[in-house]
Design a protein around this ligand. Structure first.
Ligand code: BTN
Length: 265
């Protein structure tokens, strides 16, 4: 079996969505699939942009996302929902839950979501999500959900080797990209339609069960400072409710990183 080749026909055969991923644009190389989706935003709702290799993979908070050739799934989903902009903050949580469920479906144990939307496997990061939105006259024009999952990496660059992992590293298994991408999108579409149509409550309930950050002492990092806090809950806006020095505070994802008190998780 070759992991170099993304088999589009096999992908479409496994995909059982109504519209997400039906139009898939696969490039061998691009700067960033999020940038590509932005340039190609005239494509239909649910289009997926996939690359074997990104020369300028981008992470949250201006960080770089290392995306070497055929070491993982680097893709972005273009979405054009008619929803209130206040709902937006929870869509990355929905995406994280879809990836989490897809990993559970292939029998990965010890997988959790680290708030807001990192997926960790044995307490190391296996997946990150970067969502970006474009507005037109105070409404959503389009959303780009960028997902990076380390699948086959055996050795990580020194700057991330203590916090990053891959599916192969944890399980010794190499799942085909076409298969795993289809599984993720199958999970995602149901959650996404529920997110559009219903209240977020049920999704947040499931998210909380999968979230490793909940009911824990953590270290909150904002810019160059940090402090310890206890995570009490996650509200229906996807925000953390923490207690710090006996007082309750609400923290939204934005510029904040949450770490374990002694470790990454
Ligand atoms: C993070 O955890 O910081 C988010 C990482 C998101 C990486 C993915 S890879 C596909 C898409 N294209 C990008 O440039 N970034 C996202």
């Amino acid at each position: 079996m070759s992991f170099d080749i993304f088999d589009k026909d096999e992908f479409l055969g496994i995909l059982n969505t109504k519209f997400i991923g039906k139009n898939i644009i696969h490039n061998e190389i691009t700067d960033s699939t999020n940038n590509l989706a932005k340039r190609e935003n005239q494509n239909p709702d649910g289009t997926v942009f996939l690359a074997d290799f990104q020369t300028n993979g981008r992470g949250r908070q201006g960080k770089t996302w290392i995306s070497k050739k055929n070491e993982g799934l680097w893709f972005s989903v273009l979405l054009k929902p008619y929803v209130d902009i206040h709902k937006l903050s929870t869509l990355t949580l929905v995406t994280g839950l879809a990836v989490y469920r897809a990993l559970k479906k292939i029998k990965c144990e010890n997988v959790y979501i680290k708030w807001p939307n990192d997926i960790v496997f044995n307490k190391k990061k296996i997946c990150g999500i970067l969502s970006e939105c474009s507005f037109k006259e105070d409404c959503i024009d389009y959303i780009i959900l960028g997902v990076g999952i380390n699948l086959y990496t055996e050795e990580f660059d020194s700057e991330i080797k203590n916090i990053a992992t891959s599916l192969y590293y944890e399980t010794g298994k190499k799942i085909k990209r076409c298969e795993f991408l289809a599984e993720i999108l199958n999970e995602f579409e149901g959650l996404y339609l529920e997110w559009i149509e219903n209240s977020i409550e049920n999704i947040i309930t499931d998210y909380k069960k999968a979230c490793i950050t909940l009911n824990k002492d953590v270290r909150i990092v904002i810019n160059n400072s940090s402090y310890n806090a206890y995570v009490k809950d996650i509200n229906n806006n996807g925000e953390l409710i923490i207690t710090k020095d006996g007082k309750e505070e609400v923290i939204s994802a934005g510029e904040v990183s949450v770490r374990g008190v002694f470790d990454y998780v």
